[in-house]
Design a protein around this ligand. Structure first.
Ligand code: GLN
Length: 463
């Protein structure tokens, strides 16, 4: 077996790192920008939910167009340019925004006309959503295409690539966060959006200039060029085993919905928890609430090599779990993380704050789950997809994140606020313990069910 990884992996690593820097950097200040001058908190949350949901829906379109017409390379360049344009419109929106909030009560002043800023922002979101659709599935597909179908290095390659995602996700909010504005100076956010725009241009340009040299297979064949199999795609000639492989992708993607819906509480209910029920003092300094959101990304970067090493070691003894089983382990770890915190807040008085170790511990456990599920899932999709549908299948994989992100916001409304809430008039949520246990059950049941059907799925995956 060949040692090391092709150079193309590192170009894709860098390109995706810069794109995720831009995406997460903008996302970190996005709601703050909206509530500083344009929208109420409720509307801002809704827009945020739709945005984070839709960015994962368009990969279906981007994947389809790449497989059918453009190939991955062109799709990435087009997607990157659209995203840079989206960030530019966000910059222009924040450049013309005017302070519009009454200091006393936080109400939006009707005398201030910020319509243009809203319009530019909506245009920006449109291009970001569209651009992400062309960029995200195609860059992941190309990682897989660097290797031959049965190359054992694929899981490790996707885990390295996933580190790139998370280096970007760590640094973006840190840099863009410097330019947080407020209701007195909402225009300051423009610098954050400009940073996101510049980094997106760097990402696209680097890929554009270096792709021909590095994004090639080990025998020098270009990867991700215009597809040569349109004819085949038109007839949809799928063999029986190809159909089974596609079915496996759909089944696993359906389970993964439960993972991200619980995981993505990080941006909503877990942020409320960090804000209201966590003592954030370290040696007299109070840590900003938003810092908690970068914890999972930092943990991914730190733990990814450890996980790779662990799979490698287990593999040597023949104990490495199958890719499907790794998805189930990811779900189980998510349940474990929620169980850990549920235990920490059991019988907690609503006024009392808990130590930040509970939330830190939860994110640590969740990250182990994420590393078991997310990069391995990408690798699995890459291994199972028929070549002429590889990017579309990646789009299907991200479709589950679209559903999850929308669901996450709905589940977060069950966060206890004193009144009893119920899920479909079925489960009563009265305390934080109940709330966290809901996620324990959700991901725990999904983990067990997936583990139970894994032998069947493994069989379907065989050629
Ligand atoms: N956090 C990862 C990324 O941004 C995974 C997102 C997902 O699949 N939902 O790429």
């Amino acid at each position: 077996m060949k040692e090391g990884h092709p150079k193309g992996l590192y170009l894709l690593f860098f390109t995706e790192m810069a794109e995720r820097f831009s995406y997460y950097g903008m996302r970190a200040v996005f709601t703050l920008y909206m509530v500083a001058a344009l929208f109420t908190m409720e509307s801002a949350s809704e827009i945020y939910g739709y945005y984070t949901g839709l960015v994962y829906l368009t990969p279906l379109l981007g994947g389809y167009i790449a497989d059918r017409y453009w190939g991955n390379r062109r799709s990435i360049v087009v997607g990157g340019m659209l995203m840079a344009l989206g960030q530019l419109l966000m910059f222009l929106s924040a450049s013309c925004v005017r302070p519009a909030i009454y200091e006393a009560d936080g109400v939006i002043d009707p005398a201030v006309d910020n319509h243009l800023a809203v319009l530019l922002m909506m245009g920006g979101l449109f291009f970001l959503i569209l651009g992400n659709g062309f960029f995200k599935p195609n860059i992941a597909t190309m990682v897989g295409s660097l290797y031959s179908p049965d190359d054992k290095r694929k899981d490790a390659a996707f885990t390295i690539f996933y580190m790139g995602v998370n280096v970007g996700a760590t640094l973006g909010p840190l840099l863009c966060g410097i330019f947080e504005g407020d209701y007195l100076n909402p225009s300051r956010f423009k610098w954050a959006f400009l940073c996101a725009c510049i980094v997106m241009i760097i990402s696209t340009l680097t890929f554009y200039l270096l792709k021909d040299r590095y994004v090639v297979t080990h025998d020098g064949q270009p990867v991700g060029i215009k597809p040569a199999h349109q004819q085949r795609a038109v007839k949809h000639e799928l063999s029986r085993s190809e159909k089974q492989h596609i079915a496996v992708i759909f089944i696993i993607a359906a389970f993964v919905i439960f993972f991200w819906a619980a995981y993505e509480q990080a941006g909503v209910s877990l942020t409320f928890f960090a804000d209201q029920q966590t003592d954030r003092h370290i040696l007299g300094w109070e840590m900003p609430t938003s810092y908690f959101q970068s914890l999972p990304a930092i943990f991914v970067v730190l733990l990814a090599p450890v996980m790779n090493l662990m799979w490698d070691l287990l593999g040597r003894y023949g104990w490495e779990p199958s890719s499907v089983m790794k998805q189930a382990i990811g779900l189980a770890l998510l349940a474990l993380g929620y169980w850990f915190i549920a235990w920490g807040v059991k019988d907690l008085d609503p006024q009392v704050k808990v130590s930040m170790w509970w939330l830190t511990g939860l994110y640590f456990i969740h990250t182990l789950g994420e590393l078991s599920l997310s990069p391995i899932g990408l690798s699995l999709v890459s291994k199972l997809s028929p070549k002429h549908l590889a990017s579309l299948m990646m789009g299907i994989w991200f479709l589950s994140s679209a559903v999850s992100n929308m669901l996450a916001g709905q589940l977060s409304t069950l966060y206890p606020d004193g009144s009893a809430k119920s899920l479909f008039g079925w489960v009563e949520i009265r305390s934080l313990y109940d709330f966290f246990m809901l996620f324990v059950s959700m991901s725990g049941i999904a983990a067990v069910a997936l583990a139970c059907i894994s032998p069947v799925l493994n069989k379907m995956m065989k050629k």
